[in-house]
Design a protein around this ligand. Structure first.
Ligand code: AR6
Length: 172
């Protein structure tokens, strides 16, 4: 289990995987944070393809090519904006991970890297988000034997430690 679920500290745009996940907004037309970094690294062709997707609702996901990224595909998902935790935020964030994993399975993707969706501009508490990410990744890896690696890419040491703790708590 734990060899198929990895936590690393780093920049998701540098990951050598089949697909990386983008924490986008409902327009899918780019933004700041990891979204901005992915669009910069992929090049303008990514925005051209995104324009044809007509956006994406919160909790869902859409896939594009990766263009100049090392990753062949980008899975764009839209996390919930944190309000107070009583507006379906947990379920919407879990739904992001499930929607991404559904695309992973559908497209025969074997290695996928996720950023910590919603924990930047959207303000979702990271510990709580990390537990949801790890729970969904563990469930998916238990169901799908063809996926070799799910990498949770943490931006900074504190994010890394938070995610490691969630893996220890949930995966033992
Ligand atoms: N690699 C990995 N993780 C990163 C990187 C990177 N290069 N850059 C930032 N992070 P955010 P959100 C981490 O704000 O909260 C955008 O403008 C960051 O430290 O990128 O889902 C979109 O267009 C944080 O832990 O996404 C939306 O409007 C995590 O990625 C909005 O922000 C997510 O932070 C989405 O907000």
């Amino acid at each position: 289990m734990s060899d198929r679920l990895q936590v690393v500290e780093g920049d998701i745009t540098r990951q050598q995987v089949d697909a990386i996940v983008n924490a986008a907004n409902t327009t899918l037309l780019g933004g700041g944070g990891v979204d901005g970094a992915i669009h910069r690294a992929a090049g303008p062709e990514l925005l051209e393809e995104c324009r044809k997707l007509n956006g994406c609702p919160t909790g869902q996901a859409k896939i594009t090519r990766g263009y100049h990224l090392p990753a062949k595909s980008v899975i764009h998902t839209v996390g919930p904006v944190w309000r107070d935790g009583r507006h379906g935020e947990d379920e919407l964030l879990a739904s992001c991970y499930r929607s991404c994993f559904a695309l992973v399975a559908k497209h025969g993707i074997r290695t996928v890297a996720f950023p910590s969706i919603s924990t930047g501009a959207y303000g979702f508490p990271m510990e709580r988000a990390a537990r949801i990410a790890v729970t969904e990744a563990k469930d998916f890896l238990g169901r799908d034997r063809s996926v070799e690696k799910v990498i949770l890419v943490c931006f900074g040491k504190s994010a890394y430690e938070t995610h490691l703790a969630a893996v220890k708590e949930i995966c033992g």
